[in-house]
Design a protein around this ligand. Structure first.
Ligand code: TRP
Length: 333
């Protein structure tokens, strides 16, 4: 049961594709334990997906269902948390519009991801109002639920800072109606991709939560390691080495990991052994997730029901917030 005494946590994920280990380590492993102490609202940010993927919307709903299956597989519990779809709660758009009245455009242009993404995603025209307004929609996502804490990765801190500034500016005009959110930073360092670049679908360097045991083993064999170790008897570097970062993230046998690290540093272990043990450990960790994922997807219509019901609950709260906002803005008729 949701208890109203618990402070509220809000976080969202864009349904832009299959989830990979970066999502598991960077978000879901954080989302699940937060359910103990917080009243958690986790949602599919489908309008946010449109800010960059507006030209191709056909797969958004499929990704949404598929992603939520992974959330639940990773321990997000629809009985304890409210899981919903952003676009089923149209108040997100209403509050974002009202915020857009008071937030100066240069504040949005200064958000680092704005220029970065425009430069990187050159195949898309991101000179749209929707893309510029991304952080305002995100502010609305959080403020509608009085979200106090927002679990996010490092890359989202600038967005959250903008949210805080936007809410403070809103308060200057209309009084204190909203809650200023704080980031809850993921404790685990970011997991690199197979090639040691940032893990991203567009780099083709991910391990997906839908990959089976063989696919994981195959990908691990191709993983980047210490490039100066051309032979097994050359001492290697453990720090910042993706293979050992993955061992730290997935191998629960700490003694085995310590032994591999010390032999690696001494040039007394081959990459094949390090990687074989890694793949085995990863599959031990991932198999229960795969099983739970299969289970939830085997119940036809189940996830849709969870999301429609969650969205209905979320909307009741969002509407109450909008009543407060209308009062504060003197938009009462
Ligand atoms: N911008 C977030 C991301 O890309 C997704 C998101 C949208 C979000 N709205 C949010 C995260 C509200 C936290 C709270 O990861």
């Amino acid at each position: 049961m949701n208890s109203p005494q618990k402070p509220r946590v809000v976080s969202g994920m864009r349904p832009t594709g299959k989830l990979h280990l970066g999502h598991l380590v960077g978000a879901l492993r954080n989302w699940a334990p937060l359910q103990e102490k917080y009243d958690c609202f986790y949602f599919v940010a489908d309008w946010h997906a449109l800010t960059s993927d507006y030209a191709n919307t056909a797969a958004i709903t499929t990704h949404a269902i598929d992603n939520v299956a992974d959330w639940i597989a990773a321990g997000v519990d629809p009985e304890r948390s409210t899981l919903f779809i952003q676009s089923l709660v149209p108040e997100h758009a209403e509050l974002a519009l009202l915020l857009s009245m008071v937030v100066p455009i240069p504040w949005l242009e200064r958000v680092p991801t704005y220029k970065e993404q425009q430069e990187q995603l050159t195949d898309k025209d991101l000179s749209t109002l929707g893309f510029l307004g991304y952080p305002l929609l995100q502010t609305a996502d959080i403020a509608l639920y009085d979200g106090r804490f927002v679990p996010v990765g490092e890359d989202q801190v600038a967005h959250l800072e903008l949210s805080r500034e936007a809410i403070r500016r809103f308060h200057q005009f209309y009084g204190e109606v909203l809650v200023e959110p704080q980031p809850l930073l993921t404790p685990i360092p970011r997991l690199p991709g197979l090639d040691n670049r940032k893990m991203s679908k567009s780099y083709g360097n991910t391990i997906d939560l839908t990959d089976d045991a063989d696919a994981v083993a195959k990908k691990v064999r191709q993983m980047y390691t210490d490039p100066k170790r051309i032979r097994a008897d050359i001492p290697g570097t453990v720090e910042g080495n993706p293979v050992f970062m993955y061992h730290d993230a997935f191998n629960t046998n700490v003694a085995e990991v310590d032994d591999l690290k010390s032999r690696y540093r001494a040039g007394k272990v081959g990459d094949v052994e390090v990687k074989t043990k890694l793949a085995a450990a990863m599959n031990v960790t991932l198999e229960p997730l795969r099983a739970r994922r299969r289970e939830v997807l085997a119940r036809p219509g189940h996830l849709r029901e969870v999301l429609v019901e969650g969205s209905r609950k979320a909307r009741v709260i969002a509407q109450a917030t909008m009543e407060r906002v209308r009062d504060a803005m003197k938009l009462r008729y």
